[in-house]
Design a protein around this ligand. Structure first.
Ligand SMILES: Nc1ncnc2c1ncn2[C@@H]1O[C@H](COP(=O)(O)OP(=O)(O)OP(=O)(O)O)[C@@H](O)[C@H]1O
Ligand SMILES: [Mg+2]
Length: 255
């Protein structure tokens, strides 16, 4: 019998399934975007999603948070069946699922401080002082302590991405969905963002889906990767496995 150690307790915990998507299907008019998608994500796991532009990566994660209604399929996140939730239940689960949008989605008329206080506005159980503490901690996590009184327009592209990340992380989500977190950034800033994603995973044992075209980001962040093609998952494996794939099309992502 296997000896009980902290490590194998952790290992068995790591096998808790946090997200389970089965037979997900989504069509827009005659455009069959997702035909039959099946994905499982374990506690604390980073799953990277590859796929050509227009292959349905953003649609996939929007279905998962109920922003898009799928045609068919079942999506379980944190033991809840997403499609069956009433609006208040959906809102409460969305607080546990952080979404870093492709665009960043900051409020340009609010300061950095106000942007970070915004997700906390409905939390009656936390005092104003505690909220300020959370804001300061969130900024420190992404190295933006000095920008608290600035407007988003005064920040660089990379700083805006980091601020978007800080705002998403302030509610300490159990699941993080990153849509192209490094697109449009220089290689050094991209690397910083990728390392932040890794830090979040380590610090909070977050389970994440990371959509990216940036193979440097994938290499840093992925525990496992899947490739979306023509509405289904065409391949699955670690970074190293997919990089050495027999399939030329899959290898082309790595060139
Ligand atoms: N709300 C919508 N209504 C109609 N069609 C949509 C809608 N959202 C997405 N689509 C279509 O679904 C397909 C997949 O879009 P999606 O945004 O998921 O692609 P993607 O893989 O994220 O691409 P990219 O890498 O460019 O971000 C596209 O053909 C797109 O036009
Ligand atoms: Mg997209």
């Amino acid at each position: 019998m296997m000896e009980q150690t902290a490590k194998n307790i952790l290992d068995s915990k790591q096998n808790d399934v946090i997200v389970e998507i089965s037979h997900l299907k989504k069509t827009f008019g005659s455009n069959e975007v997702l035909k039959d998608i099946n994905i499982k994500i374990n506690k604390g796991e980073n799953l990277v999603v590859l796929g050509k532009s227009g292959s349905g990566k953003s649609v996939l994660i929007k279905c998962l948070v109920g922003l898009i209604n799928p045609d068919e399929g079942k999506m379980i996140a944190l033991e809840k069946n997403i499609s069956e939730l009433k609006i208040d239940e959906l809102n409460s689960i969305r607080k546990k699922i952080g979404f870093l949008f492709q665009s960043g989605a900051l409020y340009d008329s609010m300061t950095v401080r106000e942007n970070l206080l915004f997700p906390l506005r409905d939390l009656k159980e936390i005092s104003k002082e505690e909220k300020i503490k959370l804001v300061e901690e969130a900024l420190k996590n992404v190295g933006l302590e000095d920008t608290i009184d600035k407007m988003p327009s005064e920040l660089s592209g990379g700083m805006r991405k980091r601020l978007g990340l800080a705002r998403t992380l302030i509610l300490k989500p159990e699941i993080m969905l990153y849509d192209e977190p490094t697109t449009g950034l220089d290689p050094i800033t991209s690397k910083e963002i990728s390392e932040l994603i890794l830090e979040v995973q380590k610090k909070y044992n977050t389970s994440s889906i990371i959509i990216t075209h940036d193979m440097a980001c994938a290499k840093i962040t992925a525990n496992r990767m899947i490739v979306l093609k023509e509405g289904v998952i065409d391949a699955e494996g670690t970074f190293d496995e997919l990089e050495k794939s027999e399939d030329k099309w899959i290898r082309s992502f790595f060139e």
